[in-house]
Write a protein that binds this ligand. Structure first.
Ligand code: GAP
Length: 483
């Protein structure tokens, strides 16, 4: 069954993801990517770069530093406002995100009262709340609903004694250099995006790109999450793949940025469906309601994935207007505006930001590939990654050990171009099953008869069908299927 514990167990057994520092009993919610996991993550990242960077003429890639001047985070609003509403249960001293407790409460109330409208009417009447988006409520409103509705501690399902809701800044702080006072305080970046904004003038100058163009970046981000969890869905150290798409502002091309926002929704969907081969029914698009939007955002859409614990945000696509460049211009006192050589106009571009968590997308990809087959010996696991996504593309199995030399020759033939698994021990059927569980799409069996005739047999993971392929065509045969 595709529940989270099954995936965690498989991930560990097959070397996708291990618990971090396991020999020291681990560190809560920190994970390492094992031999298969690091390959899968690299493949997803490289496919994203291929689709959004390599195949475009209007893009550039950036790799900015994780530690930045603290003024960056003052300008971006992270020092002052990057916080979650935190609440403690005084009885157990456990901490929770108030907005997440309230989201669960709304779902429970919906089943109890029959509709979301009925929940809204109750909340309007009792707490003067006008929407069902707890994130947008004041801390006082969140606290009033938690206490008024007698929300239980989700860990023990017992009545809680909630503190008032407090602000908790999610930035990881550290010190630069030898002193540990406030003048040496710096932050681990909580998103990769700001590295793009502060480099905007450098990129325009050095790349000579013209608006509209975009900058893409992949890298680590750190957030001191109150309630990390659900395996690698929410962690304190994670990776993001972010794009800042600089386009014409409302004053130059009215409404154009909204058209770009819609186009980005389509581009992200196409990547998930066509490049990663994610199942469409496991995805949904959720446009933010007006009172959920940040004050500067003209439109925001979340692409959500149906995780075993419910729908969760995978990819956020935000129309951030000129908010970030304006904020950095104010803080740094540098002119960050763009001069359009075609129209001779000077302006601050608007920005569309499609931002996806690489590690969260890894989880969605792994879950989506997971399948179980019922056999006479019981059920067995097959990971049905698209060949272009699969961490290992081909397995090479000499049918018997004495054909190891021939098997090695096939491995050497393929290994310069693809990730190849080589295994010469055990029954071939068992080796096939192991390859299926690793998500390897093609298993090559080397036997005397075919090898001497210049060919090998390839078994397809998904259909179990076998095909004879000429050795001198093998590299191209695989290449055509893993593109
Ligand atoms: N620059 C915009 C930004 O960072 P976000 O919605 O906070 O927006 C973007 O994050 C994406 O990063 C999310 O959609 C999610 O996929 C991923 N993400 C955010 N926090 C995460 C965490 N604690 N663990 C894993 N992935 C996370």
């Amino acid at each position: 069954m595709k529940d989270m514990q099954t995936i965690v167990n498989l991930a560990k057994a097959r070397g996708f993801v291990y618990q971090w520092s396991e020999i020291y009993w681990g560190l809560a919610n920190a994970w390492d990517y094992g031999p298969l996991g690091s390959l899968l993550k690299e493949n997803i990242k490289n496919l994203w770069i291929r689709e959004f960077v390599q195949k475009r003429t209007d893009m550039t890639l950036l790799d900015a530093a994780i530690l930045m001047n603290p003024s960056v985070w003052i300008a971006s609003g992270h020092v002052g406002g990057f916080s979650d509403p935190l609440v403690d249960d005084k009885k157990t001293k456990e901490r929770f995100r108030a907005d997440k407790l309230l989201e669960n409460l709304i779902d429970e109330k919906e089943s109890e009262l029959g509709s979301r409208d009925a929940v809204l009417t109750r909340f309007q009447w009792l707490y003067a709340i006008n929407n069902l988006i707890p994130e947008s409520w004041t801390f006082e409103q969140q606290g009033a609903v938690l206490i008024g509705e007698k929300v239980k501690n989700p860990n023990n399902n017992e009545e809680a004694d909630w503190t008032e809701v407090k602000k908790f800044n999610l930035m990881f702080r550290t010190f630069q250099g030898v002193t540990e006072d406030s003048s040496a305080t710096i932050y681990m970046r909580p998103e990769t995006a700001q590295g793009i904004f502060v480099n905007f003038p450098n990129i325009v100058r050095s790349s000579r790109k013209k608006v509209p163009f975009w900058v893409a970046q992949v890298g680590k981000a750190f957030r001191n999450e109150i309630t990390p969890g659900n395996f690698i869905f929410r962690t304190r150290e994670f990776e993001q793949m972010e794009i800042e798409f600089f386009c014409e502002p409302e004053s130059v091309a009215p409404g154009k940025h909204l058209e770009w926002h819609a186009a980005w929704k389509d581009a992200c969907k196409k990547f998930l469906l066509e490049t990663l081969s994610i199942t469409e029914s496991n995805l949904r698009f959720r446009d933010h309601e007006k009172d959920e939007l940040s004050f500067y955002s003209a439109a925001t859409t979340d692409i959500e994935y149906k995780f075993p614990f419910g729908w969760g945000e995978l990819w956020g696509i935000a129309d951030r207007t000129d908010h970030d460049l304006k904020a950095h211009m104010g803080e740094s006192k540098q002119d960050l505006s763009y001069f359009d050589p075609y129209t001779n106009q000077k302006y601050l571009p608007y920005v569309i930001e499609p931002s996806v968590g690489l590690t969260r997308l890894f989880l969605a990809t792994l879950l989506d590939a997971y399948d179980e087959i019922e056999t006479e010996e019981g059920s067995r696991i097959v990971l049905r990654f698209h060949p272009r996504v699969a961490p290992i593309k081909v397995a090479v199995f000499p049918i018997v050990k004495k054909l190891a030399e021939q098997g090695r020759a096939i491995f050497d033939l393929l290994a310069s171009d693809f990730q190849v698994e080589y295994d010469e021990t055990g029954a071939v059927g068992k080796r096939y099953y192991r390859a299926d569980e690793m998500g390897i799409p093609f298993s090559i069996v080397v036997d005397d008869e075919h090898y001497n005739a210049g060919s090998v047999t390839v078994r397809h993971r998904d259909s179990g069908e076998q095909e004879v392929v000429r050795i001198d065509e093998l590299v191209e045969w695989v290449r055509a299927r893993v593109r």
